[in-house]
Design a protein around this ligand. Structure first.
Ligand code: FAD
Ligand code: NAI
Length: 474
């Protein structure tokens, strides 16, 4: 006898667990299966997916500890705080990070119990159609569900012929568990992971080199933000080389040597104690038995969906990293709620044009909407307001004068088209910009809203005023 549910969610990451909880809130019988045991000492699959186990949460814990260390080492004395000896206990730093992960993943299990979501440990795969929906296997069990939500996420892309042992050559999993500060750390890929993990270990004393294939640094960000970031990160000690072509990677017992051609084609060899490969992620469709049921997967490995996350199969949905759009936890969560609500006949909706992006370096980088280079390429007539944090009293008090806020608005209608921030607190400030954009706000709307003083948010206010060439404090 197979178990039967209204909805089976495959994958317990931020997309899957939110979909399951929201669907249960809406009165459905829901099960969520999860197969990855990550690092659970009990040997059981853990909920939370990449984000909680080996992504967002552990990386932010390490970024916080290393930020405090770096502030103490470099900036405290300028404020009159003298420290004579400063050391980092890496084991303790990792234990703290692991405790946060344990707490949050256990928290999802508790939320499942509270909302009566059945947790089915095991790998989910399609068998075929059932009388009323779909028949699947979860581990050795058979499960029937009227609707299936695929939230199987993604895994690290590796370099061809360079096996990841998560000791000398790491992907995100090993990068979050490096147990001593490497003397020399090499990172391939100057994206979100490369910059965040490079920052962690550089702050703790490693010599960090980052090799990036693209000719431009951080091409996904606004061009001014990318330029400012490169300047600041280089000053912090990150050696970032763009336009490289990676050649041979030789892995020894205690070190690794990477040969590459630099942007001028010159052959270079670099040796390091550890290598982190962070060159993007690939969607997890392995073992889903997608072909057998005719589930459409595109040439990037993503499950094809429409604007409502519907796949080509009736009653089958796909959300989060497995589907198009940015690979971000908050995007996955929003789609989880969207699909649950659509199944319930409600008007679930996610605006992919207003998903904020954040890189948690110091200073933080955050943006939402179009970049200046995109607006130029599209031929949109726009105006810009840009204000540096140097002109903000709170930023100076916090010893955080670096960076700026830049608002791009339509030249005719004044509608905000993009907001780009590099500076302290950017990850929080971007929410105000996202709200403004979701309400189809104009720069004048932000300019007319009273912002508390002294706060970093006043820089956003001033940038909005600057769109109309009437900044008051710059
Ligand atoms: P996932 O979180 O990948 O979860 C999918 C789950 O499905 C996994 O647990 C997997 O084991 C399971 N699964 C797969 N196939 C099956 C199957 N057939 N049966 C059962 N279970 C299955 N995003 C942010 O927004 N902010 C950040 O700060 C951030 N930092 C990151 C840092 C790092 C180092 C990494 C690697 C990623 C980071 N991300 C961040 C991205 C974020 O983790 C992902 O976008 C997010 O986890 C995607 O959620 P998801 O639910 O789609 O998939
Ligand atoms: P990424 O897509 O952010 O960056 C990968 C970088 O590697 C790109 O700049 C790319 O040009 C480069 N690259 C690709 N192939 C290369 C090669 N052969 N040689 C040299 N460079 C190469 O991917 P990353 O950093 O692996 O992170 C994966 C995803 O996880 C991100 O795209 C993001 O969606 C998510 N993430 C989000 C974070 C956040 O929101 N703060 C933090 C970390 C990850």
């Amino acid at each position: 006898m197979s178990k039967a549910f209204d909805i089976l969610v495959i994958g317990g990451g931020p997309g899957g667990y939110v979909a399951a909880i929201r669907a249960a809130q809406l009165g459905f019988t829901v099960a969520c299966c999860e197969s990855n045991p990550y690092a659970d000492p009990r040997g059981k699959p853990r909920l939370g997916g990449t984000c909680l186990n080996v992504g967002c949460i552990p990386s932010k814990a390490l970024l916080h500890t290393s930020h405090l260390f770096s502030e103490a080492a470099r900036n405290f004395s300028g404020q009159g705080i003298e420290i004579s000896a400063l050391t980092i206990n890496v084991a303790k730093m990792l234990a703290r990070k692991n405790a946060i992960v344990d707490r949050l993943t256990d928290g999802i299990s508790m939320l499942f119990k509270k909302n009566k979501v059945a947790f089915l440990p095991g790998h989910g795969a399609f068998i075929g159609k059932a009388a009323n929906g779909w028949k699947l296997t979860v581990g050795k069990d058979e499960v029937e569900a009227k609707q299936v939500i695929i939230a199987t996420g993604s895994k690290a892309r590796h370099l061809p012929n360079v096996p990841v042992d998560n000791k000398i050559v790491c992907d995100n999993i090993g990068a979050l568990d490096i147990d001593t500060v490497p003397k020399r750390l090499l990172i391939i890929g100057a994206g979100a992971i490369g910059l965040e993990m490079g920052s962690v270990w550089s702050r703790l004393g490693a010599e960090v080199t980052i090799l990036e294939a693209m000719p431009d640094f951080l091409a996904v960000a606004d061009i001014d933000v990318a330029k400012e970031a490169l300047k600041i990160f280089t000053k912090q000690g990150l050696a970032i080389h763009t336009g490289v072509t990676i050649g041979e990677v030789k892995v020894g017992k205690k070190n690794v040597t990477v040969s590459y051609a630099d942007r001028n084609g010159k052959a270079v060899r670099v040796e390091a104690d550890r290598l982190i490969v962070s060159i993007g992620r690939i969607p997890n469709t392995e073992g889903l038995n997608a072909d057998a049921v005719g589930l459409q997967v595109n040439d990037r490995g993503q499950i094809e969906v429409d604007a409502h996350c519907k796949t080509n199969l009736a009653g089958v949905w796909a959300i989060g990293d497995i589907a198009r759009g940015p690979m971000l936890a908050h995007k996955a969560m929003e789609e989880g709620a969207q699909v649950a609500e659509l199944i319930a006949g409600q008007a679930g909706h996610v605006n992919l044009d207003a998903i904020p992006s954040v890189i948690y370096t110091n200073p933080e980088i955050a943006w939402v909407g179009r970049t200046e280079q995109q607006l130029k390429a599209e031929g949109t007539d726009y105006k810009a307001g840009r204000i540096p944090f140097l002109a903000n009293g709170r930023a100076l008090g916090m010893d955080a004068p670096e960076g700026f806020v830049k608002i791009l608005a339509d030249a005719k209608t004044d509608r905000i088209l993009g907001v780009h921030i590099i500076g302290a607190g950017a990850s929080e400030l971007i929410s105000e910009a996202t709200v403004a954009m979701e309400f189809a706000g104009a720069s004048e709307d932000l300019a007319r809203i009273c912002h508390a003083h002294p706060t970093l948010s006043e820089t956003l206010h001033e940038a909005a005023l600057a769109c109309d060439k009437r900044a008051l404090h710059f």
